[in-house]
Write a protein that binds this ligand. Structure first.
Ligand SMILES: [Cu+2]
Length: 172
């Protein structure tokens, strides 16, 4: 009788330990760290060949104008912000300060009959009509306005659009 009673008492303690073990917290913390890796990996994915496979780039046949990309305590801007070029000219954008900067056209604002050639004339696009980022001083981005129909073309800097870094290129 005494042995029996001890055995029951011992098994009750073991059962209690198993049933009361805390496994509840294990699954709640796993899902929080996945989004940042996906976001940072996105920029390098589409290279120059990722853009619309429209026409070939039309080379610059005229003057290459210079537009500086500047960010300082007066703000973010292209200098000059308004440039007039002749069809066949080019523009060399120079990263001066406050980068990264780029050159981007909103596809919604570009006429359908201009977009294929404009895209073909823009090297190294991150997405349609969205030029690569220039990070270091004196990096340049040169694009041709050959075979681009005369008109006014608004453009902007993707990283600084909200800060008003915009310009207008008029093609004559
Ligand atoms: Cu910028």
């Amino acid at each position: 009788m005494r042995f029996y009673g001890l055995a029951l008492a011992a098994s009750a303690i073991v059962l209690g330990a198993c049933g009361g073990g805390d496994k509840k917290g294990a699954d709640t913390t796993a899902g929080t760290t996945t989004d940042t890796a996906a976001a940072t990996g996105a920029t390098g994915a589409t290279g120059a060949t990722g853009a619309a496979p429209a026409g070939a780039a039309a080379p610059i046949t005229g003057t290459t104008h210079t537009v500086n990309m500047v960010g300082d305590d007066k703000g973010y801007r292209y200098e000059p912000a308004n440039v007039t070029v002749k069809q066949g000219d080019g523009i060399k954008f120079v990263m001066v300060s406050g980068g990264p900067h780029n050159v981007a056209f909103d596809p919604a604002n570009i006429p359908d009959d201009v977009e294929p050639q404009l895209s073909a004339n823009m090297p190294e696009q991150m997405s349609p009509l969205n030029g690569k980022l220039l990070v270091n001083p004196n990096e340049t981005y040169t694009m041709s306005f050959a075979n681009i129909k005369p008109g006014k073309y608004d453009y902007h800097c993707t990283p600084h659009l909200a800060m008003g870094m915009k310009g207008v290129i008029t093609v004559q």
